[in-house]
Structure formats: C-alpha cells, structure tokens
Design a protein around this ligand. Sequence first.
Ligand code: AMP
Ligand code: MG
Length: 511
Amino acid sequence: MDFMETKIRKIDKNQIEQKIIEEAGEVLREGGLVAFPTETVYGLGADALQEEAARKTYEAKGRPSDNPLIVHIADYEDLKKIAVNIPAETDILAAHFWPGPLTMIFEKSDVVPYGTTGGLDTVAVRMPVDPVAQALIRAAGGFVSAPSANTSGRPSPTTAQHVEEDLAGKIDMIIDGGTVDIGLESTILDMTVTPPMILRPGAVTAEMFEEVIGPVSIDETLLGDESEKAPKAPGMKYRHYAPKAKLMIVEGDLREEILAIRQLTYAAHRENRKVGVIATNETLPFYNYGIVKNIGTRENEKTIAHGLYRVLREFDEEDVEEIYSESFAAQGIGKAIMNRLEKAAGHLRIPASVIIAKQKYRTVTFVSRTDSARGPMAAEMLRQYDLKQEYVINSRGIIVLFPEPANQKAEAIMKSAQMTLENHISRQFDEDNIQDDTLVLAIEESQKEKLLSEYGENGNIYTLNEFIEDDTEIPDPYGKPLAAYGECYEILSGLVAKLADKLDSLAEEEK
Ligand code: AMP
Ligand code: MG
C-alpha cells in the first residue's frame, strides 16, 4: 500500500468548525478514509454506499474482509433507505437508545454493497450521539461505515493519538475531537430474530433492553469461553484487542485476587521477569512489584470501561512479558468489560485460590516484651533476606504502654551492622495479629505462653527457637551495657539466618 499524507484536524465538540467538517465530508464523498471521534471509540469512516471505499477500509486496517462494517447514520429516517423488513420494536428501541452506543442489525436494502456487509444480506446500523460524528455523517451524504480506527488485532482507539499510532500514512484524515466518552464498542443487537439477540455486549445492557421491549436473548457463544460454535457477529470470532504481552485474568474475590497478584509479581521480580498489573484506584497501594497501571475506580465501572484500551495500549509500550489483571463485576457494563478483557486475554484465566494456596504464611510477627529491642532487631534482620516468597515482617510487644522509638543501644548495634531501627515505633500485640496466614514468633517462652493463654491455639504461635528447632538461648540485654546488646545481636542473627532458610524451604514444599 502506498504511503499517503494523513491530515490531522483538531476540532472542539462544543464549537464545531464547519470548514473542517466540509473538508472531511468531501474526502468521504470522493471515496477516501477519515477517522473521527464517536462516543464509543474512534471510527474509521468511509462512504458506506461505495464498494471501493469499503475495500480501502479493510486494507488500511488489515482487517479480514468477511468482517462486516457498521453503517452510521445521523437521521432516523435514513434507516429505511438501507434496511428492509424493519421490525416494529425498532421505533421504541431507537427512541430510547438512539443516538447512542447501540448497533442494530436488519435485512439490508439493495443500495448497501456487499463490500460493506462482508457479503451478508444484513446490515448493522448505528446512530452515534457525538456531535462531530453526526455533522460528518451528514456532510458525507448520510451513510458512513466506521469500524474502529485501529489496526486489526490492536486495542480499539480511544484517542486520536491511538489512531495516529496505527493508521498514520494509510488514511486521508484524522479528526481529533479529544478522548471518547465510553471507551468500548457499541452493543450489537440482532433485530432479524425474535426476540432480538445481543451479539456483542456494550454500554446498553440486557437489563436496559428488557425494560423497554422485554427479555432479549444473548448469543450463547458470548457466555462460555470454550464454545466451539462460531459467534453470530463475524467480528467476535477474531482474537481482537490482543496486547503484545500474555494477559491473564486472575479470578476470585477481590482480596484473593490481590494476594495472588502480589505473589505472582513477587515471583516474577525474583526471577527478573518484567510483568504488569491491571489494578484499580482502590487496589493500587497493595502492589509493590511489577509495572502497575490504574484502569479506573471500582466505585464507577464506567471509568474502567473507559480505561481498558488505554491501559492495554500503554502496556504495549512497556516490554512486559505477562500482564495480570484483576477481574470485574459481570453485571451492567461490567459484562462488556469482561467480554473485551477475556478476548484480549485469549480467555486465559488463573483462579486466585490456587495461587494463594501455595503460600502458607504472608506475615511474620516477632513478639518481645516491650517491642523495643530484640523483636524489632529480628524483624529488621529478616527483612535483609531475599526470600523466595514475599512477607510482611513486623514486631509487636506484650506490654506497650505507649508508642516509643527503639532502644538506643539496640539501634547503635544495628547501625554498626549497616541496618537501622530509626523508623521503628513500638506497638502492642492485639487480636489483629492472629491470622491464618500470620506466623507469630515469640522471643521468649513466657511470651508465647502469654499469647497462648490470651488467644488460644488458633494462631500460628511459636517461639523463634521452637520454630527453627534450635535452642540457643536469646539473652535479654535490657539494662546491660552495649556489649550485651552486641552479644544478643550475634545470637539473633544466627537464628534469623536459620529462620530465613526454614521459610524458604517451606516455600519450596508448597510449590
Ligand atoms: P467494529 O466496527 O470494529 O466495531 O466491528 C463491527 C462488528 O459488527 C463486526 O466485527 C461484526 O462482528 C458486527 N457486525 C457488523 N455487521 C454485522 C452483520 N450484518 N451481522 C452480524 N454482525 C455484524
Ligand atoms: Mg474493531
């Protein structure tokens, strides 16, 4: 294909410059290609009634030509010119959802070339709400085919820059109207069957249709992932929206998903593998490793729909090998989100529970009398190890009347070993420290007994000596000169080394 100069024209939706619209309309009437914003994603516009324009569309996108295009109209009366046998419910559906992110499929009239419909006798029609799109459609003569303006197989474009990345040099013009509103392609509803059938989920949901015309059906190939049947919308069979990295959806309840992704990213970090995480506003702070991207907020799933393709494109710029994604609710627009995410993942899913079952302890809590010397020293020593699994390592005291910094002699000894307790503040042990995945290690037997009498046998409570099966006594340096702290340090450091080995050997067994 020859390289052509792609004109880029910025346009303000609230103050549309008619000259640009006329220029673009003329390009379309002459059979050229113009990318333009719609509320769903950017579309690659062509005159839907010219067979040759459809051919160019397929060529520019690298799209298989059996994958039909959606014809965009701006005025409802125009539907009758391209569709025949339009069922009665169409009026009420249009009244509710047009203009908007809904595509309806009808029997086509003779004016629509087979090039546009991918050889089918049906035509897909949508009336977009975006004012730039509407003005352009009218300027082009009323019928503009517009698949997503991306290279086939890449995430759909939600900004003009995305279009430029994929199609600069291959199309005549890009109208830059800023970021789109929804960010996922339209819902496709097949009106040639009774009741109408959803072929592709989108922002207009099954629940919304039901309120207007009663229950609709859903193409069963959308529901199962292993379906052998071809989907009814030809485009749904292609592995769309594929990021370069292997994308995997981690499934469980949100807490399990976070734990599993933490484990997966920690393992990747240790093996020097670059990986990515698709996280949300709410979960972002939980991830310490990998390239973590915020897709939106769980409080408003529309933001997640809007962020999905942007995040997938951003990951294509990072050379990550694998991307782990949290999953999202499968109701409302969540259905459309999961449908696109699963396609991008090629239906690769990981059950979170299977991953998290591989790690018994996630937190190690050292317990000493006042949490000011031996406990915090042991915790800081353990933090120095590059352990096979990730642990939250902390310390608590049996009697902590008020929060205090670490003992000064303990700090002096740690400093001489290139460590520090300067961020340590002593804290009282409480019931929150008793968890299935928390290993509680008391410095002295009496402290263990105290915890057992208070919290019973539920927790994983041991003395450090007992857990590593080494009975070297840990001396109490309290009130003694600095040398006593030094001696205590030496002993603790030997025991913590054994603890690190023990934790790593547990990690091996659990694999
Ligand atoms: P896009 O424009 O990239 O959102 O893709 C349009 C999609 O609409 C195609 O991939 C098809 O899956 C679907 N579609 C278009 N026309 C028809 C039709 N006549 N019958 C069924 N599905 C259609
Ligand atoms: Mg597309």
